[in-house]
Design a protein around this ligand. Structure first.
Ligand code: SF4
Length: 429
C-alpha cells in the first residue's frame, strides 16, 4: 500500500526550500503527501530554533501531531533537532531525530535504504552544501543558494545550528532555476542563512549568481530574501534597479538603530552604513519595498539606546518593520558578555512603540500607490480567494475569484487600501 507523509515546516524560507526537497525525494520513493482528511504514516517536522518561542512551538506541534495521529512515525529535523536532539527524541511519538547534515537523507531512512540514522553531527562539522528548492506547495519557489553563517552575532544561535557559511555553485543553482521554469514556476525567492555571503571562499559572489539567474528563460520574477546590509553592495542594488526579473523588493536586517547596541551585538555595520544602503535603494528605485528586521529589548538596550533606535528607524525611508522581541538563547555570548537585561513588560512596551512606527511607515509607503497600476503574480486560488503581490511587494486581494489567472502575472489597478494599510483591493485590467 502507498505510504503517506505529512510535512510540517516551522521557521524560515530556507526550511521551506528544504522541506520541498525532502518531499520530492520521498515522492521518488513512492511516499506521497497526504490529502486533507487522510492519516499519515510519517510526520516529517522541519523545525526552527531562532527563539525560545520557536522551540516551544516545535514541542507543541510534535505533541499535537502525536495526539492527532498516534500511529504515525514522527521524524524531527531542522535547527531545534540539531541543537536539542535529546529533548526532541524524548517527545511523544518521535521515532527519529535527524541533524541538519542528514536532513535531505530522510528519504533513505524512511525507505530503509539507510540502515542506521546518523548521529547528529556537531555544527562545526557541517561542511556540505545541500541544494534545495521548494516545489508544488506554493506559487512561489524558494531556492536555497547558501547555508550557515560565519558572523557569530552575540544574540544568535543560528551558526551553532547551521554551521559555517557554504554555498552551491552557480551552475547547480541555475540548473535548479531552469527546472523551476520547466515546471511552470514564475517566481523564485532566493534564500539562505546569509545569502550575501554566497561564494565565500570561491571566485564568485552573490552578484555573479544573480546575473546568471537573471538569464534563465521562463522565470518572470526573483526576490532576494533577507540580505545583510554590509553585503548588500552598490553593484547588487544597481543590478536590481536595471533588471526586469529581479523585483524592487529588499529585506534588510537592522536589528537595532543604536550604534552602541549594534556594537554589543557584534553586527558588521553601524547605523550610518545602514542608512546609506536604504537611501541608495530609494534613490535608484523610489517604488521599491524595503522591509527591515528589528529586535527590541535586546540585552544592552537601555532606555536611551532604545530611543536612539526609534529615532533612527523613524528617519529611514523604509516600507515596513518586522519586529521581534529579543529572546535569550542558551550558548550565546550575549548571556555572558552583556549585563543589562530588559524586563518582559518593557520589551512589550517597546514592541508596541515600534509596531506603531511600522504601521505609519507602511501607510506612508502604500498610500501613494492607490489608483496606480502594477503587475501582480496571481496566487492563493483557493477557498474563493484570489490575490497576490505586486512587483514591489504590495499585497492585493481581488474581490471576485479568478482561478483562470492562477500563476499568471497580470496588471492590477490598486483601487483601495484597507485601514491597516497592508492590503489593497485590486482590479485586473
Ligand atoms: S548574520 Fe548574525 S544574526 Fe544572521 S545568521 Fe549570522 S550570526 Fe545570526
Amino acid at each position: 500500500m502507498t505510504k503517506k507523509a505529512l510535512y510540517s515546516t516551522l521557521g524560515c524560507k530556507l526550511n521551506f526550500a528544504e522541506t520541498g526537497t525532502i518531499a520530492a525525494a520521498l515522492a521518488d520513493r513512492g511516499v506521497v503527501r497526504i490529502a486533507p482528511g487522510e492519516t499519515p504514516d510519517f510526520c516529517i517536522v522541519n523545525t526552527c530554533s531562532v527563539t525560545q518561542e520557536a522551540d516551544r512551538k516545535c514541542r507543541r506541534l510534535i505533541r499535537s501531531l502525536h495526539t492527532r495521529y498516534p500511529s504515525a512515525r514522527i521524524i524531527v529535523t531542522g535547527c531545534y533537532a540539531q541543537l536539542q536532539p535529546v529533548e526532541a527524541a524524548s517527545l511523544p511519538g518521535v521515532e527519529m531525530v535527524v541533524g541538519i547534515n542528514d536532513k535531505l537523507r530522510i528519504a533513505d531512512y524512511v525507505s530503509g535504504t539507510a540502515t542506521e540514522v546518523a548521529e547528529v553531527v556537531p555544527s562545526r562539522m557541517l561542511r556540505e552544501f545541500m541544494p534545495s528548492c521548494s516545489r508544488g506547495d506554493r506559487t512561489r519557489y524558494f531556492l536555497k543558494v547558501q547555508d550557515g553563517c560565519n558572523y557569530w552575532c552575540t544574540y544568535c544561535t543560528i551558526p551553532a545550528a547551521r554551521g559555517r557559511s557554504r554555498s552551491g555553485t552557480i551552475e547547480q543553482l541555475v540548473d535548479q532555476a531552469r527546472r523551476v521554469a520547466d515546471e511552470g514556476g514564475k517566481e523564485i525567492v532566493i534564500t539562505g542563512v546569509n545569502i550575501g555571503d554566497f561564494g565565500n571562499g570561491t571566485d564568485h559572489n552573490f552578484l555573479d549568481l544573480i546575473r546568471e539567474l537573471d538569464k534563465v528563460d521562463g522565470i518572470e520574477r526573483y526576490r532576494i530574501s533577507s540580505i545583510e546590509p554590509d553585503l548588500l553592495t552598490d553593484g547588487i542594488i544597481e543590478f536590481v534597479a536595471g533588471s526586469r526579473r529581479f523585483m524592487p523588493h529588499f529585506h534588510i536586517p537592522l536589528q537595532c538603530g543604536s550604534d552602541d547596541v549594534l556594537r554589543l551585538m557584534r553586527r558588521h555595520y553601524l547605523s550610518d552604513l545602514f542608512a546609506e544602503k536604504v537611501n541608495k535603494i530609494r534613490s535608484a528605485m523610489p517604488h521599491a519595498f524595503i522591509g527591515v528586521d528589528l529586535i527590541v529589548g535586546a540585552r544592552g538596550e537601555s532606555p536611551e539606546r532604545f530611543e536612539q533606535s526609534r529615532e533612527f528607524v523613524e528617519s529611514l525611508p523604509i516600507s515596513r518593520l518586522h519586529i521581534f522581541p529579543y529572546s535569550e538563547r542558551p550558548g550565546t555570548r550575549a548571556l555572558t558578555d552583556i549585563d543589562l537585561v530588559v524586563s518582559p513588560e518593557e520589551k512589550h512596551r517597546r514592541m508596541q512603540v515600534m509596531t506603531d512606527v511600522s504601521t505609519a511607515k507602511q501607510r506612508a509607503f502604500s498610500e501613494p500607490f492607490v489608483q496606480t497600476v502594477r503587475p501582480m503574480l496571481v496566487e492563493h486560488v483557493s477557498h474563493g480567494k484570489t490575490g497576490g503581490f505586486t512587483d514591489n511587494y504590495l499585497r492585493v486581494k481581488l474581490p471576485t475569484p479568478r482561478p483562470d489567472l492562477a500563476n499568471r502575472v497580470v496588471n492590477v489597478r490598486l483601487k483601495s487600501l484597507n485601514p491597516e494599510a497592508d492590503k489593497f483591493i485590486g482590479e485586473v485590467i
